[in-house]
Write a protein that binds this ligand. Structure first.
Ligand SMILES: [Zn+2]
Length: 499
């Protein structure tokens, strides 16, 4: 009953009061103040709760669904591999608490295309959560602008900003800490300007102010005795001792510096490194009670072998395929659920012509967007719902050639060409590489857009690779058409000459 009451309370409480967020550098703070009703109940009863449960260090496994949000046109999704990396780092940050996050089997990722959610105010953010929230898992939304914050925790979900989610961030852990009931160590000071050269008052915004002597730690501040007093409500840098540069003075007149190592504080990400034992105990108690529906498994699932790589089956070894109907096949990797498939030019598969995330399948069919007459490379990287840390250290690259295999133009299906550089600077020769399946004679012409002929020569192609140099000294900047033709047919390639 208490749980239901709390949820209703959450939805009815004002946005400014419940929204919680962590700011990074230029981002403004959120308006969170106080403690959640569940947390207040917990602090009054934690001794009894600890007595009832005893010492408990079993691992708690929390399922997650990632809601990756783009604009209306489908642009701007936080990349899946970045999301996996963020979850992987969060697992490291929660490992002392024996809490591990994994993607909800069968429902790991939802892609949402909505510009009003991609960059939102609290009204649109609330609508986004209400319309997409799923029971029985931690719902993490990743957007471009979460109401001007780095992230926030609200309506039993957390919302993260892409720009505050790089490698090494602590924002995901901070917001998840809020989700699992933790207040800021400086609770009560949120939004309060204070002259820190003055002794702090006994009370701030209705919360007793925590003293350095520990006399009121059990109920003042965040109510944890293993988090020290902290009154700093704006983002702050730490010194080499991981303390605040700002001195503060407690109500008894004792000066102190804040502990910068706490994920729940507002020190910069690079200062933060831990939850305290009491914070961890509160989060675990929250999981056992308010979020008990998360605890669906008690044993770890299957990891992906650290050295596992996806074995490509076809097309490989420069096999020729029809350019707008290509089926890529690979071998399943044990423990993997999704695969990111990419096709592009070498090196680095750039430019990339195709990227797709495939779920629980080991093949993909491509029917457009791939250029004809090219040598292309492809790769597949494996990811797991359980093993969010797999880094794909060894990735196999497959090579194939594209042709128009349905063409009645025999020349087009007999040769493969590469033209580089293209565009070419005027005066610099371009190189046309023609790979031919047979020996034959062709006539090559180069014309401009108006049909004026600049070159006309006969070329003998040998079986295999033929390299033809194209001088550009007599060509003005513009577009040119290179045409190869003989009795088999006709083949055209466009050349761009720049100044
Ligand atoms: Zn916060």
């Amino acid at each position: 009953m208490r749980i239901r009451l709390f949820i209703i309370c959450c939805f009815m409480t004002g946005i400014a009061a419940m929204a919680t967020a962590q700011k990074q550098t230029d981002k403004p703070w959120c308006g969170y103040t106080g403690k959640s009703p569940w947390f207040s109940w917990y602090q009054q009863n934690r001794d009894q709760i600890a007595l009832d449960r005893g010492i408990d260090t079993v691992w708690l496994y929390v399922p997650v669904t990632l809601h990756l949000v783009s604009d209306n046109a489908g642009n701007g999704y936080f990349p899946l591999e970045q999301s996996m990396r963020a979850l992987c780092e969060m697992n490291e940050q929660f490992s002392d608490a024996h809490i591990r996050f994994y993607l909800k089997p069968g429902d790991p990722i939802r892609y949402l295309s909505n510009s009003n959610w991609y960059q939102h105010d609290y009204t649109a953010g609330g609508e986004m959560i209400d319309q997409n929230w799923l029971p029985g898992r931690l719902n993490i939304f990743v957007v471009d602008d979460p109401a001007g914050n780095c992230g926030y925790s609200w309506k039993d979900a957390i919302v993260m900003g892409k720009s505050c989610s790089p490698s090494g961030n602590t924002t995901w852990a901070h917001e998840t800490g809020h989700h699992l009931s933790l207040p800021h160590p400086f609770v009560g000071w949120e939004g309060f300007e204070w002259d820190y050269s003055e002794p702090a008052p006994e009370e701030i915004d209705g919360h007793p102010v925590e003293k350095t002597d520990g006399s009121n730690c059990a109920f003042a501040g965040d109510g944890f005795c293993d988090t020290e007093p902290d009154y700093l409500q704006d983002r702050w840098t730490c010194n080499t001792d991981k303390r605040s540069n700002d001195l503060q003075i407690d109500p008894d007149g004792v000066a102190f510096r804040s502990d910068a190592t706490l994920y729940m504080g507002y020190s910069l990400d690079e200062c933060q490194a831990r939850f305290t034992a009491e914070q961890m105990e509160a989060m675990r108690s929250n999981l056992y009670d308010e979020h008990v529906d998360y605890l669906q498994i008690t044993q770890p699932l299957a990891d992906i072998d650290d050295n596992a790589s996806v074995q490509l089956l076809s097309p490989i070894d420069s096999q020729t395929v029809h350019y707008n109907n290509i089926t890529l096949n690979w071998q399943a990797v044990p423990g993997a659920n999704f695969y990111i498939v990419e096709v592009g030019l070498a090196p680095g598969l750039s430019p990339k012509f195709f990227t797709q995330t495939v779920y629980n399948s080991t093949s993909v069919n491509i029917t457009g967007g791939i250029p004809n007459n090219r040598v292309l490379k492809w790769r597949v990287r494996a990811f797991g719902e359980w093993d969010v840390c797999h880094v794909n250290a060894n990735v196999q690259i497959g090579i194939f050639k594209t042709k128009n295999l349905t063409s009645t133009n025999d020349l087009e299906s007999a040769i493969l060409t590469e033209l580089s550089p293209n565009p070419v600077a005027g005066g610099t020769p371009a190189l046309l590489t023609v790979t031919s399946a047979e020996s034959m004679d062709v006539k090559m012409t180069i014309t401009d857009a108006s049909g004026r002929v600049f070159e006309n020569r006969n070329i003998r192609l040998g079986n295999g690779e033929n390299r033809i140099e194209l001088p550009t000294g007599n060509l003005d900047a513009g577009f040119y058409v290179i045409n190869l033709h003989n009795e088999k047919g006709n083949f055209m390639k466009r050349l761009v000459v720049t100044n």
